[in-house]
Design a protein around this ligand. Structure first.
Ligand SMILES: [Zn+2]
Length: 251
């Protein structure tokens, strides 16, 4: 009888752990894209593939939120949807507006675009007018520094200048507070956390893999890199799953 009880408890524990593994992920995934175009390049995903991914997110109950909404929810100032996702684009390419935005709107998704403040209006990059139009259509704009230098590889004064000037240039042109930054090449140092805080940023995105939660480092957000897929949707699903596993076991 005692053995039976023990086995029952073990079986229940096993089932509970299994269910926990399957359903209890409460970290927020932040997807990291660059370009959406048919160019055969690692950081460029085709419009058809991007559309399949947005459709997948919608069909699986994901709600796209901005980083500001994620931080507010973490701080208890707003509610978190059942399955949140943050969709980010680095560099600020024109195709984010021309190609990605209409696809996202079709599936009721929205994004955060990290703009290189010193490259706005250059060939292949968004213009100020396009950025303002994206803002009107629910896109959140963040900084990707002024000139896209690896912050950990330049002098401290230059790091500070890149962080502060990009924010000022974006805010001057867009008339909104710019509260988030994505580190170019994902490269950062702990010294940047204070630099960003003092400059008035609420958070920053890295290239580290994983999900995000309320107690995490605001200036070292983890992301799920979405390069041009070689194995279609299976690869997309695997990338989401892998981030869940990182989150559960390595954080
Ligand atoms: Zn970049």
């Amino acid at each position: 009888m005692r053995l039976f009880k023990l086995l029952l408890i073990l079986a229940l524990a096993g089932v509970s752990i299994g269910l926990w593994l399957l359903y209890s992920v409460d970290g927020v995934p932040i997807l990291a894209y660059h370009r959406v175009s048919d160019e055969d390049e690692i950081y460029s995903i085709s419009p058809a593939e991007f559309e399949r991914q947005m459709k997948y997110l919608q069909e699986h109950g994901y709600t796209a939120i901005s980083l500001a909404e994620m931080y507010d929810a973490f701080a208890g100032k707003g509610s978190m949807p059942a399955k949140p996702v943050v969709i980010t684009f680095d560099d600020g390419y024109k195709d984010n507006y021309l190609t990605a935005l209409p696809i996202m709107e079709k599936y009721r998704m929205k994004a955060t675009v990290f703009v290189i403040a010193g490259q706005v209006g250059e060939p292949a990059y968004l213009t100020w007018e396009q950025i303002r139009e994206m803002q009107r259509r629910h896109t959140e704009i963040g900084s990707h520094t002024l000139s896209h230098v690896a912050l950990s590889e330049v002098a401290a004064g230059e790091q500070e200048m890149e962080i502060r000037t990009s924010k000022a240039v974006l805010e001057e042109n867009l008339k909104i507070p710019v509260e988030f930054l994505a580190y170019p090449f994902g490269k950062f140092m702990p010294a940047h956390f204070d630099m960003l805080r003092q400059a008035g940023y609420r958070g920053a995105c890295t290239g580290l893999a994983g999900l995000n939660h309320a107690g995490g480092n605001s200036y070292a957000l983890k992301r799920i890199n979405i390069p041009r897929p070689r194995y279609g949707m299976a690869e997309f699903r695997l990338r989401l799953l892998r981030a869940n596993i990182f989150f559960r076991f390595l954080q």
